[in-house]
Design a protein around this ligand. Structure first.
Ligand code: ZN
Length: 158
């Protein structure tokens, strides 16, 4: 049902298979152009989050999708999700693909996450980032959490 990821502080991310499949479809569709979006979820307990939905901006311009993150479309969607779930489902972070490259964050990725954490539009100090590497055949996903201006990696758990 879920893919599980854990980091060295014992924080857990649960990603439903179905949502990972949705992401893979988008990544393959846009390949070799990178794509991405945001994801929302809820806290299961102090250490675990469950991702419940993903959303993509309506349009991309080459690789500059980060600029769309705060678009009216995503902001509206976020507040709808928030209302629909009585405030239990919230913004957790961002996902994007790396085409023909490993799932390691670039300097730009780190900069984007730091800006997100500082943004007044989101209520999360430690946003998550999911990078899905794709080479036209294989997927390799990697989660990170932003903490003290560093991206800390999660490990896949069986
Ligand atoms: Zn990246």
């Amino acid at each position: 049902m879920y893919r599980r990821y854990i980091n060295s502080d014992g924080l857990v991310i649960m990603l439903p298979y179905q949502i990972f499949e949705e992401i893979k479809v988008q990544v393959a569709k846009f390949y070799p152009v990178e794509c991405g979006g945001i994801f929302v979820g809820k806290l299961l307990d102090n250490n675990s989050v469950l991702i419940v939905e993903i959303m993509m901006p309506e349009k991309f311009k080459s690789n500059r999708f980060w600029f769309y993150r705060i678009s009216a479309f995503l902001n509206n969607w976020l507040s709808n999700v928030f209302k629909r779930n009585n405030g239990e489902v919230m913004y957790l972070g961002e996902w994007h693909s790396h085409c023909d490259a490993p799932p390691y964050p670039s300097k730009k990725d780190l900069g984007s996450m730091i800006r997100i954490a500082q943004s007044e539009n989101v209520r999360i100090q430690t946003p998550l980032m999911l990078i899905v590497a794709y080479d036209g055949k294989n997927y390799n996903e990697q989660f990170y959490i932003l903490f003290e201006n560093k991206l800390i990696q999660y490990a896949k758990q069986d």
